[in-house]
Design a protein around this ligand. Structure first.
Ligand code: HEM
Length: 335
């Protein structure tokens, strides 16, 4: 028989049970995501919008490697796949087109007074060694870097997956290891030629007169003219920038987080592609753009008439040094 007490107990238990169900129901409803990832109607975009970071499971100790997809990654991918290749294409093909047009209009800058047959030392063996070491590293870094930006689109179709993979792996090793002699070269270039590369009033005049390249004048210049000084600073500052950002990329997460890595990659990519475009102009002037220029870095000497036409103040200074009587420190009494 049920007593009033047992009826009250039963009523309390029923209310408590209802209460529990009511409290638990909304919490349970929150468990599954509002988007059912396996539902057919769910598009990838909806899924990505709902779940900002999609993680998987991996074996690498760094747990960040298990974040497979995240919004910042998608923005970065767009930069890498679309924006950067456009910047590179415009800068590099634009520069090549400019140089072709310039060559067709101006042609090679000739040695107007002809060769004198006498030569003067312009760069010593150490300077040439540093230049060619840095230049060789630069060219290989440029080709292997361009492979990261354009290789998939340009080389993968003709080479096929296996050959492209093998080449890209070696290219990546080369890009990593040659970064060290390249950085050393940039530091040595900075120290070796800083004295001759501080801008001054002579440069302003040289620029006003078109540097003797645009027109046919021969404005006076010291050892390095304004154009060469510009190249020097682009190499020192641009080289420093690609080196700094490159090492951030080569040693991931030591110095920065994922946002910093993405910034480093964007700066590295843009700086490197603009750097390549500028160096094309430098290579042009040093080869087919100007008669007698290549030998300065090839053999280390230039014809005296070349020096007079392009670096008259430097020639005067060198001639003055030779004509000057030996200083007290170096003068030796006759035996
Ligand atoms: C100290 C010098 C340098 C270091 C340490 C360095 C390092 C790196 C690293 C780690 C990457 C990323 C590679 C990857 O995603 O697997 C990279 C990409 C790249 N590097 Fe360099 N690099 C250096 C110099 C240069 C130079 C001098 C150039 C050009 C002349 C260059 C051009 C590029 C380009 C175009 C990319 C690809 C950018 C992209 O599409 O994401 N790098 N570099």
């Amino acid at each position: 028989m049920s007593t009033p007490l047992s009826i009250i107990r039963l009523a309390c238990a029923t209310i408590a049970l209802f209460g529990l169900v009511l409290i638990a129901a909304p919490a349970g409803a929150q468990q599954p995501n509002s988007v059912n990832p396996t539902a057919r109607a769910v598009t990838e975009q909806q899924l990505l919008n709902e779940m900002s970071i999609i993680s998987g499971r991996g074996t690498l100790p760094d747990l960040r490697s298990q974040n497979l997809i995240q919004p910042a990654g998608r923005d970065w991918r767009n930069f890498h796949q679309v924006v950067l290749p456009w910047i590179g294409t415009i800068a590099i093909l634009g520069m090549l087109a400019l140089l072709v047009v310039f060559y067709l209009i101006r042609g090679m800058v000739k040695l107007e007074s002809g060769r004198s047959g006498r030569s003067i030392v312009r760069f010593n063996a150490f300077e040439r060694f540093v230049h060619w070491m840095t230049a060789t590293c630069f060219i290989i870094l440029a080709v292997t870097g361009l492979n990261i930006t354009f290789g998939r689109a340009v080389l993968l179709p003709p080479l096929g997956a296996d050959a492209f993979t093998a080449w890209s792996q070696w290219a990546k090793y080369a890009h990593n290891f040659l970064s060290f002699p390249f950085t050393l070269g940039v530091v040595l270039i900075f120290l070796m030629w800083i004295a001759g590369n501080i801008p001054n009033r002579v440069d302003a005049q040289w620029l006003k007169e078109g540097g003797g390249i645009v027109g046919h004048q021969h404005p006076p210049a010291e050892r390095f003219n304004a154009g060469q000084k510009a190249v020097y600073w682009i190499v020192v500052l641009g080289g420093g920038l690609v080196a700094a950002t490159g090492y951030v990329l080569m040693f991931p997460f030591y110095l920065t987080d994922i946002a910093g890595m993405q910034t480093a990659q964007m700066v590295h990519g843009i700086a490197a592609l603009l750097f390549i475009a500028v160096m094309l102009a430098h290579i042009y002037i040093g080869t087919i753009g100007m008669e007698g220029a290549f030998e300065a870095m090839g053999t280390g000497t230039v014809d005296v008439n070349w020096a007079r036409e392009h670096h008259s103040l430097w020639l005067e200074e060198e001639a003055g040094k030779r004509a000057a009587p030996p200083s007290a420190a170096t003068a030796r009494p006759a035996e």
